[in-house]
Design a protein around this ligand. Structure first.
Ligand SMILES: Cc1cc2nc3c(=O)[nH]c(=O)nc-3n(C[C@H](O)[C@H](O)[C@H](O)COP(=O)(O)OP(=O)(O)OC[C@H]3O[C@@H](n4cnc5c(N)ncnc54)[C@H](O)[C@@H]3O)c2cc1C
Ligand SMILES: NC(=O)c1ccc[n+]([C@@H]2O[C@H](COP(=O)([O-])OP(=O)(O)OC[C@H]3O[C@@H](n4cnc5c(N)ncnc54)[C@H](O)[C@@H]3O)[C@@H](O)[C@H]2O)c1
Length: 446
């Protein structure tokens, strides 16, 4: 223990990825605890990323069979109930397994609701602990539309435990959650309608690529209603309705409110301690300190200019650990956060976007490739596979976007080149294993 004045050197409030830095700290002799009111591992492990990709596995299989239907013949029948059971089997043990892993590493896991009492004291369900430093890592909660009947809507957590799959599903919003869950529910046979706020889905991503994903979903029967202006949810016996537009009403069996997520800011002492925040999260400086310097904020709850994603949470947390250990006193260095939407096809990107590259032709060279004809994509018979590579004027790869079934693997493979700004000579030294999508893709960097 570095500072014997307190029970702990560092306590993380929340045991999601924004507490990942605990591992670095404990390895370096710090006394560390993670406080968790719900399941260890937080949202991503239990109710988001992991749970979703388990459900998506069968969708991937169905799509592959569809593309190779001449070879893999016959009807493939997807069972929602069996898939949900599989998801439970994979996800339910995570909480205990992760706790055990942390405890084995020397991290204390304290279950309960944390409330900060002062800059060095936290109350956990009536018991007080002191710590030299705290990291607020409390995450987000789902937005609930402020409309009559809003309580009839469900959130992403409900979807990931949903049994049986309703025959008609209406999803409000057209961001990440909406598009990923529409893909899954449609593949398992639900009749899905997406009510869009405006006329664009997946705003973060390149419009022509998003259009390809939407067109494909429409071909499979998903309906998109742009500028839906949803005004109420209502119920009549077992029948639900979404009221929208100019007095229109859509009958449905289940409503998913996927209109975003808001930071968890109340009920744990921020106001009482005067810790500053806005509706975007806890206010932090470029070292992720709040206005009380020994209290940091990390991950989704921190108000930074990075997307609220798992790689951001891990990055924040590890930086805070290095800062606390004295490895750096400098502000966080610029860092790249890759992102992917688990639709089918996926869209993944990292670094400079296609839009930024097009807006600044003096700074960037944009190389766009339709890779459906590329040798490796012939194996899986990808019908949609476009990629864009963005180079700066010194020939560093600074950004990449791909729409394809393998987009996340391709962008992950390029990440070292982008994040470490490898020059051409360094890129030439790397020959990815063969045959693989990266071996083929890497050729475009040389
Ligand atoms: C449906 C869905 C799918 C997603 N898919 C992806 C994806 O594919 N890829 C990706 O990168 N990101 C994805 N995300 C986002 C990702 O889940 C988050 O960015 C990530 O979980 C943030 O981690 P965090 O530690 O900041 O917060 P969280 O994981 O939310 O952890 C916060 C923890 O704090 C606990 N807590 C809160 N208040 C207290 C308190 N007072 N005392 C004790 N404990 C408390 C909570 O119980 C929670 O466990 C997804 C999100 C959702 C909702
Ligand atoms: N693959 C991934 O990485 C992944 C997947 C799911 C979720 N997430 C994370 O979770 C967060 C939340 O996901 P999300 O899909 O809820 O948020 P989002 O911000 O991606 O999308 C919200 C959607 O709701 C719409 N909307 C907002 N206000 C509305 C209103 N009043 N009426 C109707 N529509 C409205 C928006 O236009 C948008 O289409 C994401 O921002 C992301 O950080 C990431």
């Amino acid at each position: 223990m570095q500072n014997s004045q307190y029970d702990y050197d560092v306590m993380f409030i929340g045991a999601g990825h924004a507490s990942d830095g605990a591992s670095l700290l404990v390895k370096n002799g710090y006394k560390v605890a993670k406080i968790e009111a719900n399941r260890v591992g937080g949202t991503c492990a239990n109710w988001a990323c992991n749970a979703k990709v388990v459900l998506d596995g069968a969708v991937e299989l169905a799509r592959t069979q569809e593309r190779l239907s001449k070879i893999a013949q016959g009807d493939l029948k997807l069972s929602w109930d069996a898939n949900m059971e599989h998801k439970h089997e994979v996800i339910r043990p995570l909480d205990k397994k992760m706790e055990q892993r942390f405890v084995n590493a020397g991290i204390d896991v304290i279950r309960g609701w944390a409330t900060l009492k002062d800059a060095h004291t936290v109350d956990i369900d009536g018991k007080q602990y002191t710590s030299d430093k705290f990291v607020i890592a409390t995450g987000l909660h789902p937005n609930q539309l402020d409309i009559p009947g809003t309580e009839l809507g469900h959130d992403s957590k409900d979807f990931l435990d949903l049994e049986p799959l309703p025959s008609r599903m209406t999803i409000i919003g057209s961001g990440y959650i909406s598009m990923e869950f529409a893909t899954i529910a449609n593949a398992f046979g639900s009749n899905v309608t997406v009510m869009m706020h405006g006329d664009r889905a997946l705003r973060k991503f390149h419009v022509p690529y998003v259009d390809k994903v939407i067109k494909d979903l429409e071909r499979r029967g998903v309906k998109f209603i742009p500028n839906a202006n949803v005004s109420a949810f209502s119920k009549d016996d077992d029948q639900y309705y979404v009221e929208y537009g100019d007095g229109q009403k859509l009958a449905t069996d289940w409503i998913l409110d996927a209109t975003g997520r808001n930071p968890n800011l109340t009920g744990y002492g921020l106001d009482e301690l005067g810790i500053e925040y806005t509706k975007h999260g806890v206010t932090v400086n470029d070292k992720l300190q709040t206005n009380i310097p020994n209290i940091f904020a990390a991950g989704d709850v921190a108000n930074t200019d990075k997307p609220k994603l798992t790689p951001t949470a891990t990055h924040h947390s590890n930086y805070i650990a290095h800062f606390i250990m004295g490895d750096t006193n400098a502000a966080m260095k610029p860092y790249i956060i890759p992102t992917v939407t688990f639709t089918s096809p996926r869209i993944a990107e990292a670094g400079v976007s296609i839009e930024e590259a097009k807006a600044h032709p003096d700074q960037y060279t944009l190389v766009e490739n339709d890779v459906t004809g590329a040798w490796f994509r012939q194996i899986t018979q990808d019908k949609i596979a476009d990629q864009a590579l963005i180079f700066d004027k010194d020939d560093h790869l600074v950004g990449a976007t791909e729409v394809s079934e393998e987009a996340e693997d391709f962008i992950n493979g390029l990440l070292p080149a982008i994040a470490l700004k490898l020059n051409r000579e360094q890129r030439e030294q790397l020959a990815p294993l063969f045959p693989s999508i990266m071996h083929e893709g890497w050729k475009n960097l040389i």
